[in-house]
Ligand binder design. Structure first.
Ligand code: ZN
Length: 265
């Protein structure tokens, strides 16, 4: 599949249109009468695009993220963010092993450095490990591209030190994207992975999460969970049973996307 990053595509186009419309309005002000608020129209539209583009990763506004694949085969991939967590991730690994479910973990460098044995175990079980920044700072989106690169590279080094593999996949913290991250990904060459179905396991009750998953799971989905939430292992236990009963196969992201998942070193 084509996972080649396309940087600044929609963002560049919208920005050029915005500048042209501002110029046109400025000229219009000099030639004929325009209502005073005319200039607010392109400004509001532009800001709306920026907001949607930043908060909806699959809008692919600043760069391309893989959010799902088109298929009629009932195969899906499951992903877990924010760990490894000292207690929850091992519980999850046990459930995944018992149900023979391959998963992808997008982990932070900080948690990786504190839980090396869990990283080794996940790798031993053939789960894929991806990069989710080093600190997962709430201010990550305000970082310069240089600081983002430093975070991404520090996490990659941490993973490489433990499992001797360089991750190729990256999930943006909070799923927020911007031009600085586009630059950082261009520099590091990582592939951005979004999601097509968000479990909301961080906020909703297990019953509500499962109800949504059962209703919304579709072929080719990439599903987002967190291995830092107490309820998540129980949710996966029940979801695994439902998937099997309903003929869904959980495959690794590397199979779903037909990529290796790690860089050659
Ligand atoms: Zn996260």
């Amino acid at each position: 599949m084509n996972t080649g990053p396309v940087y600044y595509s929609k963002y560049t186009g919208i920005s050029i249109l915005f500048i042209i419309s501002l110029l046109a309005i400025t000229i219009g002000y000099q030639q004929i009468y325009w209502p005073w608020w005319a200039v607010t129209v392109p400004v509001v539209i532009y800001l709306l695009f920026i907001a949607i583009g930043s908060f909806f990763i699959c809008f692919n506004f600043y760069f391309t993220s893989v959010c799902k694949i088109k298929t009629t085969e009932k195969k899906i991939a499951i992903t877990f963010d924010d760990g490894p967590h000292q207690e929850i991730t091992p519980k999850l690994l046990e459930i995944l092993k018992r149900h023979e479910l391959p998963a992808t973990f997008f982990w932070t460098g900080e948690n990786i450095s504190r839980n090396k044995n869990i990283v080794k175990e996940a790798n031993k079980q053939d789960h894929l490990i991806g990069n989710h920044s080093y600190s997962h700072s709430p201010r990550f989106d305000l970082f310069s591209h240089r600081k983002m690169i430093a975070e991404i590279e520090a996490t990659t080094k941490e993973i490489e030190r433990i499992i001797q593999k360089r991750p190729l996949l990256f999930r943006p913290p909070y799923g927020v994207t911007n031009p600085m991250l586009a630059k950082a990904l261009q520099h590091t060459g990582l592939i951005s992975i979004g999601w097509s179905l968000r479990s909301f396991d961080t906020v909703n009750s297990p019953e509500k999460v499962l109800k949504k998953l059962k209703k919304k799971t579709r072929p080719g989905d990439i599903i987002l969970f967190h291995d830092t939430r107490e309820n998540t292992p129980g949710i996966i236990e029940k979801y695994a049973g439902w998937l099997k009963e309903n003929g869904f196969e959980v495959v690794s992201l590397k199979n779903l996307l037909n990529i290796d998942g790690y860089e050659e070193i």
